[in-house]
Design a protein around this ligand. Structure first.
Ligand SMILES: [Zn+2]
Length: 115
């Protein structure tokens, strides 16, 4: 995640993110929640990832989930309070996914919706 933070988020996430691999219900792959607040907005986020994925999911699915939650964290941290008011996966999230996929220039890396 540190390398992904460097390449995709200019090291913004690492000092402001608490990452936890936890046992969660099978339907939930991950969740990102505000963890600490300052006057200007969210100052720290908590990314919880389901460690059940290690047994059940292909590595590409795990990477996709990690990136998905990192993007939530990034938008939470950089949009102030706005991230709490916009729909969970609104237009900004969608555009950011497209940009994030183009950035590393890896073949076969794509944006898709997962239910
Ligand atoms: Zn999401």
């Amino acid at each position: 995640m540190t390398d992904l933070d460097t390449v995709l988020f200019a090291n913004l996430l690492s000092p402001c993110t608490l990452v936890e691999w936890a046992r969660m219900t099978r339907q939930v792959r991950g969740i990102t929640l505000p963890y600490d607040f300052s006057r200007s907005g969210i100052s720290m986020v908590h990314i919880r990832l389901n460690k059940t994925m290690f047994r059940l999911e292909a590595k590409e699915e795990i990477w996709g989930t990690v990136l998905h939650e990192m993007l939530h964290g990034y938008l939470d941290l950089t949009t102030g309070w706005a991230s709490l008011r916009v729909p969970h996966h609104g237009g900004l999230f969608e555009r950011s996914c497209e940009a994030m996929v183009r950035r590393p220039g890896l073949k076969g890396f794509e944006v898709r919706h997962v239910v």
